[in-house]
Design a protein around this ligand. Structure first.
Ligand code: F6R
Length: 277
């Protein structure tokens, strides 16, 4: 693996803990480095006969990371059979199989490619967990019970070894929007106007086609992970990343909650970190 790391910045924000901020020349170096970090943890646990619990994100940012993980898997016959996954979030209200549902996204970009037929080292369908309220279909279960059950499952299977996060331009992580409590657990949320606007690009540019609600792990659930990786690429993430890195923790910028965690690595490409040029 050729790793060209252009800058490693340790950023101290007033009296807060330090996060490691890695700035890469471009997104492909970034994802290669990040993918190797993830497989190294999984491999270490495999060798000890232990499972690895991964927290997964959707959105455009992690797609190249998932491709890098698949490439490493194919080239190294990498073993995913002891990996357990929890996805961060899902829209409420999209029908089964909708191409913009996050379940469809994960199947398309990662799961189906790690569980191809006869690959015994592939990820096991029963190890994939999703906060998908459609799982309640036909059952007499309230959303509240569903969110509590997801949190319970996280507690039973967890802690998450590595939580992967993207970030919204308003600072959301998962779909924990500005104003979310830093101690919040899995919940149903109303999506903010800016998130609906940002995500309209996936719905043919039609704001009205974007669901208004989602189910998401809360910030409190996210902070329980042992290790957190936040990825941000592209110039449209520069402003929010600068804010996150220089602001004191405040609920109006959800990602600032990460300052309270001991083990966060932030992966940026040059465009998301123009302040480092
Ligand atoms: C999705 C998620 C969101 C996205 C964020 C950025 O599972 O957790 O917080 O990470 O909206 O999305 P992209 O990567 O499309 O800019």
């Amino acid at each position: 693996m050729q790793l060209i790391l252009i800058v490693i910045v340790t950023l101290f924000v007033s009296s807060l803990r330090a996060n490691e901020v890695l700035v890469f020349e471009d997104a492909s170096e970034l994802v290669e480095n990040c993918a190797w970090k993830i497989v190294t943890v999984i491999d270490g646990n495999n060798k000890k006969g232990e499972k690895t619990v991964l927290g997964l994100a959707t959105g455009s940012t992690p797609i190249p990371l998932y491709e890098a993980l698949i490439k490493i898997t194919y080239e190294n016959h990498f073993d995913w059979s002891h990996v357990v996954t929890f996805n961060l979030d899902e829209y409420v209200g999209l029908p089964h199989g909708h191409e913009q549902s996050y379940r469809y996204f994960m199947d398309r970009y990662l799961f189906s490619r790690l569980a191809f037929p006869n690959y015994i080292l592939g990820i096991k369908p029963e190890n994939i967990h999703f906060p998908d309220v459609r799982l309640c279909d036909g059952k007499d279960i309230s959303l509240r019970q569903f969110t509590d059950d997801y949190e319970m499952l996280l507690a039973c299977e967890g802690p998450i070894d590595i939580q992967i996060l993207g970030i919204g331009t308003n600072g959301h992580i998962g779909f924990a929007e500005p104003g979310s409590s830093f101690s919040g657990s899995t919940m149903v949320v109303a999506l903010s106007e800016s998130t609906i606007r940002d995500n309209a690009r996936f719905f043919g540019g039609d704001i009205n086609a974007v669901p208004q609600k989602a189910i998401t792990m809360g910030i409190g659930s996210i902070l329980k992970a042992k290790d957190i990786i936040l990825l941000a690429t592209g110039a449209n993430k520069a402003a929010i990343m600068e804010k996150v890195l220089t602001s004191s923790p405040a609920e109006d910028i959800p990602a600032t909650a990460l300052h309270f965690h001991d083990n966060v690595t932030i992966y940026l490409d040059k465009e998301a970190a123009p302040w480092k040029q």
